[in-house]
Design a protein around this ligand. Structure first.
Ligand code: CP
Length: 306
């Protein structure tokens, strides 16, 4: 199996066959994660740098674990203890890291476009771990894997992404990936959180959460991103919860067969109630486990293209 690009910058334009190859490969690695010794020699001799300019729990730890499970040598870069603090430019930092002979760079950055920029200045394989409001491809891949694991398919499912679509890189990657695999994708949120013209991506727009719950198979609930000033687009978090919060009461009233995803971190009591976040409809921690397998698959498939 090989992919059509040696980088993973986003899911826009990625062929369905590539996405399917990643999901199939992840299924093999998911089985490795259940073994007493969760390690294979697949990437022995490869050196991978995790370049995280923005906070992360799930993505950073799961990339690092995926690298260790594949026996790669890994190095973690932290902005707070690096020479970035002395004024070194991003390009100079990357060129110096590359001079140490690294094979792959995983990058998270608050600015959209940084992973693409890296492909222009580095010979390493570049994987986007989330860039600004642009894309978060491995999150969407693990979301798709989790849906398929639970329901058995993606094609034909009605899947709604709920919340702060305008500030979300997870939404965009999910839209591209899910549509490539044949899902009917929609978004739901207040007008102020839905980007103008999003229908041109082939998604339906809803503003009524009850209607969405009644008619969909899967909800992917996004976090209200307060650090990106999303709070200024709604009157209050309490009002958002009242109109768009996914609660056990709503699920039990309108659709008891629905599947709930959330990329995390969760704002309990805002976009999702604690009862739902810990309840029987959700697969939130399965998503996290699957994230390691997905990242192993991406590292393996890109690493074999060098
Ligand atoms: N879902 C996600 O990207 O979480 P982190 O920010 O913790 O990596």
């Amino acid at each position: 199996m090989s992919l059509s690009s040696r980088h993973l910058i986003g899911l826009q334009g990625v062929p369905a066959e590539d996405i399917q190859s990643i999901l199939d490969t992840a299924a093999t690695f998911r089985e490795v994660l259940e073994r007493p010794i969760k390690k294979v020699p697949t990437l022995q001799g490869k050196t991978i740098v995790n370049l995280f300019y923005e906070n992360s729990t799930r993505t950073r730890i799961s990339f690092e674990l995926a690298q260790k499970r594949l026996s790669a040598d890994t190095v973690n870069f932290s902005t707070s203890t690096s020479s970035t603090k002395k004024g070194e430019t991003f390009k100079d930092t990357v060129r110096n890291i590359e001079a140490m002979k690294v094979d792959m760079i995983i990058v998270r950055h608050e600015s959209a476009g940084v992973p693409y920029f890296l492909t222009q200045v580095s010979k390493a394989n570049i994987i986007n771990a989330g860039d600004g409001r642009h894309e978060h491809p491995t999150q969407a891949l693990l979301d798709m894997y989790s849906i398929k694991e639970k329901i058995g398919k993606i094609e034909g499912l009605k899947i709604c992404i709920i919340g702060d679509i305008a500030h979300s890189r997870v939404a965009l990657s999910n839209i591209y990936g899910l549509k490539a695999l044949g899902a009917q994708v929609s978004v739901c949120g207040p007008l102020t959180m839905i980007p103008k013209g999003i229908e041109s991506l082939g998604v339906k727009v809803y503003h009524n959460i009850n209607e969405v719950i009644k008619t969909h198979d899967v909800l992917n609930i996004l976090r209200i991103q307060l650090e990106r000033k999303a709070g200024t687009n709604i009157p209050s978090l309490r009002e958002y919860h009242n109109y768009f919060g996914v609660t056990a009461e709503r699920l039990e009233k309108y659709n008891k067969d629905i599947l709930i995803l959330h990329p995390g971190p969760i704002n309990r009591g805002v976009e999702i109630s604690s009862e739902v976040a810990d309840g029987p409809y959700q697969v939130i921690l399965d998503q996290v486990t699957n994230g390691v397998a997905i990242r192993m698959a991406v590292l393996y498939l890109l690493g074999s293209m060098n």
